[in-house]
Design a protein around this ligand. Sequence first.
Ligand code: 4NP
Length: 192
Amino acid sequence: MATQYPGCGMLGAMAALSGNPLPPPRDASQPYRVCFVCLGNICRSPMAEAVLRAKAAAAGLDGRVAVDSAGTGDWHVGQRMNPGARTQLAKRGYDGDAHRARQFDASWLAGRDLVLAMDSSNLASLRRVARDDPDHRVRLFGEVTGLGGTDVPDPYGGDPGEFARVLDLLESGMTRLVSQLSELLGMPAAER
Ligand code: 4NP
């Protein structure tokens, strides 16, 4: 039986029938809003934000997808991205300079179509904060993106290789996410 997406409308119904795991847009006239969430919002989730923004633009989804990120904790609120994360992003041509860390608030869920936790612990924290999630918009990045439910490991305090491996995982998952978004948002196959 096909997955049921409450209040999904035509776009969501088509996505569900095609096996697309993304929740339907809350408002199809608005950009689809994706928020990545990790613990501190200085390493993984802002890296994910930069990668999706770039890959969505490259796929012609500019203006159709809005991306942001947050942490479940408040320790780094207002800070720039961790230098290890910024260095790896810059090496591969992504821009993370404007990022300033924020903490996820329960009220944000109503303004997002999809909230992707970087690891299972972030997911558990998010579910405690965002208790009311009838459309199941809070998901694990490694599940939605076909990485087999893999956690994106916490690289904080790690060496450059750990940050590079995180970026490898994010790039690989994001390729899948962008193609799911293209399908969900009705991009012609030729442009996906
Ligand atoms: P992030 O990494 O969750 O990927 O931003 C961390 C950043 C800070 C801390 C832990 C993880 N911390 O314990 O302060």
